[in-house]
Design a binder for this molecule. Structure first.
Ligand SMILES: [Zn+2]
Length: 130
């Protein structure tokens, strides 16, 4: 393993530790919790590491608050995707659930892909769907 790789591994470890610290502090001191997430984000950018999907969904990209359903975010599941609304800055993150062959959802286009837009809006496939 070269030096760069081991630096990245250390960065990921530190990011994980910072996020779990943030999780612990969220209840008592939101600003401190946010500071930890900011530090973790800076590490991520500096070492150009990829965050695991779980880590990615832990905090708001925009205001860096740690997400805790009912406390700092609202989570909704709709049309085959998870919508996370940040209660601090209002930023909305949509996470598509893993596409299956037969989704049973109306919001699926010809390619079997999920639509990028909400009903009525123009989709990436160029049509407005219901
Ligand atoms: Zn936010």
């Amino acid at each position: 393993m070269d030096l760069k790789e081991s630096h990245k591994m250390i960065a990921v470890e530190r990011i994980e530790r910072l996020l779990s610290l943030a999780e612990r502090k969220l209840g008592e001191n939101q600003d401190l919790a946010r500071r930890y997430v900011e530090l973790a984000w800076k590490l991520k950018l500096r070492y150009r590491v990829r965050l695991s999907p779980e880590l990615k969904r832990k905090f708001c990209r925009k205001c860096k608050i740690l997400w805790k359903p009912g406390v700092s975010c609202r989570v909704r599941i709709r049309s085959g995707r998870v919508t996370i609304i940040c209660l601090r800055c209002g930023h909305i993150t949509r996470i598509p659930l893993r596409p299956k062959k037969n989704l049973g959802f109306k919001n699926v286009n010809k390619l079997g892909m999920e639509h990028e837009r909400d009903a009525g809006e123009r989709c990436t496939c160029g049509q407005a769907h219901r």
